[in-house]
Every structure is written in C-alpha cells, then in structure tokens.
Design a protein. Structure first.
Length: 209
C-alpha cells in the first residue's frame, strides 16, 4: 500500500489523542480511522473528529469494532460478546493520506494476546506519540518510546498537549532520541476553526509527511 499513513497513539488515555488526530487529519486533508472504539457515550472519537477536523463526512471511516463499554478493548469486547480478529484490523485502502488513532496507551490490550504496540509493528507505519505536559510525562513518554522501539515501530516524534513545559519536552526528546514535533495548547474555545489555527501555529505540517 502506498497511501501515506500516520498512526496516532498516546502515553495514556485522555491525553488529547483525539483532538490532535482531528487537527492532524484536518491539516493533511486525510481520511481518519479509529479501528477499535470502546465507549460510545456521550459520543465516539470518530464523531469528535468529524466535528473538529473540518473534513467531509466521507473522510471519517467507520470503525472495525464499536464496543459499548469504556474500558480496554480486550475487556470491552469480552463484555459485549465480541471476538476481535486481526484481519479486520488491516489498514483501509484510501486515496490520499490516512490518520489512524489507537485507543488509550501503547500497551493497551486489543485482545488478551495482542497489544496496540504489536498492531503498530504489524502495520509498520510511522507513529506519533501524543503526550501531555503535566507531572509524570517524562516517565510515561520514555516508557512508551521504549515499548515502541523494542518492537521496531518507526517513531515520527512526540506531539505535546498542554501548557508549555520546555524542560520536560526537551528531556523527553533528548533521552528518547525522538523529534519534538510541537505542542498543542489547551484552547478556551475548541472548535474546527480554533483547532486548525492552533495546529498551524504550533506544528510544521511538513514533519508529518
């Protein structure tokens, strides 16, 4: 497959992966795909990306699995009585760029025997690690980088979310030997226009191509 693809993962849940994915997909005019959605209340991540990216509805691809319970996919699937199969998690063929968002952190289980980091290794596409800038981010980020690198996953760099923490951001980039791609600040008003403007101000789109 020759489609340019960027995988977005995170150091933990609720670090800002979906907002960043919306910003990146919108800036790249890329299709967006979340292969496994666990938890649908109040809305799915695909719904959030549809609202925040400014992309046509056709660019938001349906999930391979939509699970009701907001927890690790392996557990949500068990609760829902669903068996997650690897062949349904093949990257979709689209025309143009594709942004793919994982669930939770790097080592979240998709099935009892398959972690997201293993799936990323199977896909062999570059990964952006989204990390918050708050306390604990150095440890969480470096552990995530080690887990990805141990599986041979190509790391495009780290995208930070939150208030500026120059020392933490520089430390992660230096010790982890990864590029600092930029930092998305918390926005008082979050909509497609403010998100696009913030991404354009704080990131160089060329770094993702």
């Amino acid at each position: 497959m020759t489609t340019p693809t960027v995988i977005v993962t995170g150091t933990d849940t609720d670090v800002g992966k979906t907002v960043f994915s919306a910003a990146l997909a919108g800036a790249m005019r890329a299709h967006y795909w979340k292969p496994v959605q666990a938890g649908l209340d109040p809305r799915s991540d695909a719904d959030s990306v549809a609202a925040l990216s400014g992309l046509p509805a056709s660019y938001i691809l349906p999930e391979a699995y939509r699970l009701a319970t907001p927890c690790s996919p392996h557990r949500a699937a068990a609760i829902d009585g669903v068996t997650i199969e690897l062949d349904r998690l093949a990257l979709p063929a689209v025309t143009g760029p594709l942004v793919v968002e994982g669930a939770g952190g790097v080592l979240v289980p998709i099935t009892p025997d398959l972690l997201f980091a293993d799936l990323f290794a199977h896909w062999a596409r570059p990964v952006v690690l989204v990390a918050r800038t708050g306390l604990g981010t150095i440890n969480h980020s470096l552990l995530s980088i080690e887990a990805l690198r141990a599986r041979g996953v190509p790391i495009l760099g780290v995208a930070f979310i939150g208030e500026s923490e120059p020392d933490s951001e520089a430390t992660i980039a230096r010790i982890g030997k990864v590029p600092r791609l930029g930092r998305l600040p918390r926005l008082q008003t979050l909509d497609a226009a403010t998100l696009a403007a913030a991404f354009a101000e704080h990131f160089d789109l060329a770094a993702f191509r």
